[in-house]
Design a protein around this ligand. Sequence first.
Ligand code: ADP
Length: 444
Amino acid sequence: MDPDDARRRKLLNILLTGITIIMLLVLTTAAVASLTGLEEPQLIRMLFLPSISVLVSTALTYVINRLWSGQFASSLFLLLTTIAVAFTDTPRQVVNGRSLFLFTIPILMASVILRPWASFVMAGVSSLVITVIELFVLNRVPGVPSMLGFFAFALISWLSARSLENALKDLRAINRELDHLVDVRTRALQQANQELAEANEHLREMDRLKSRFLSMVSHDLRTPLGAIQGFAELLQAEVYGSLSDRQENAIDRITANAKQLLHLVNDLLDQARIEAGRLSLQPAPFAPAELVEDLESTMGILAESNGLTLTTNISDDLPERLQGDKKRLRQILVNLVNNALKFTEEGGVHVQLYRMNGVSPPRWVMEVADTGPGISKEDQKYIFEPFRRVDDSITREHMGVGLGLSIVQQLAELMEGEVTLESDIGQGSTFTVILPLTPAKEEA
Ligand code: ADP
């Protein structure tokens, strides 16, 4: 449907509704006045008939507007209004008295409910009505000024209605353009979303494949590595005959390298297991002191061979026994101490276990501090991510694939704990693992 036509029909409906309400009010007032005998019956009768005719014409126009033609309904409405205006007063008053200005109402309405130019037609109709009254009722030659006034008014109505229609047209064009733009953008967004979803799915698939590949390769590497280590140890124990110093030296290097490789493969396997959500903790009662003794005996030699000190301390307020996965706690400590010894060139590493004060629920801490090169704030942002290492000469000198800290952090999170790092270039590093303190659940 033509939007202008719809707007005009709606406007006519509003006018008709307004007129109906006024007429109903007039009729009710007349009925009340006649019942209470307040007014002359003559006057009431005079009001009654016109009101009823207006109501009937309004209803007719409404039906035509609704069911048939808006244009026809508007023309009929304007014509009836002009006729009504012509009969509202004495012919003299209609022609050049107080009722003359009433003709401007249909002229103005014509420009908005019919067409902007219809105001001129209505000015013509009004002029015709006045001419007829002057010629045939008042028997005199019609005067020109009032008709000129009608046309001047029609011109103003035409101009304003035309600019209103043009403005509406522009607005509709802008609206259409906006709709189109929204449509285009929505479609682009939908496509981007779909591409993103596909890329996401692809990434997830790649991640699954990577984890599977890691776990398969690590597994297949571990078996032959175990065999190499086993046979090297048998050779070392001179099961296959006595060894010369040079042979012994070579076998020492084989076992050291195999051990390092095995450590790497184990890290890869753990990372794959954690990523696949297949690593579960085995909590049991354990003594923190044993954890530390164990650490000293395995890492002490390495510290000594690097010319570094490894000191430990357990605070008195830490319970003698706790509940936790000792193997994984040990792995966290070994990874942190291993790094500390690997990157520190002078000084030493200090390991502390203590209870955190004033926190609820209770927590305990494993802290590893070193006097090494430190880690810049910039590098601290990513070193906990898997396979990430600081790309400098010290790191490149040392073995490693960048999994140690990632495993430490993921294990701590599995234990519902967290890892923090305090460090800066030249300041050494302190890694703090904060864990929930669960009292040992000893079996009776
Ligand atoms: P890797 O030791 O195999 O390189 P990690 O995940 O354990 O992998 O460590 C990541 C990086 O963080 C290391 O390569 C190193 O650059 C830095 N880093 C870790 N611990 C220390 C430390 N104690 N002192 C200085 N740098 C460290």
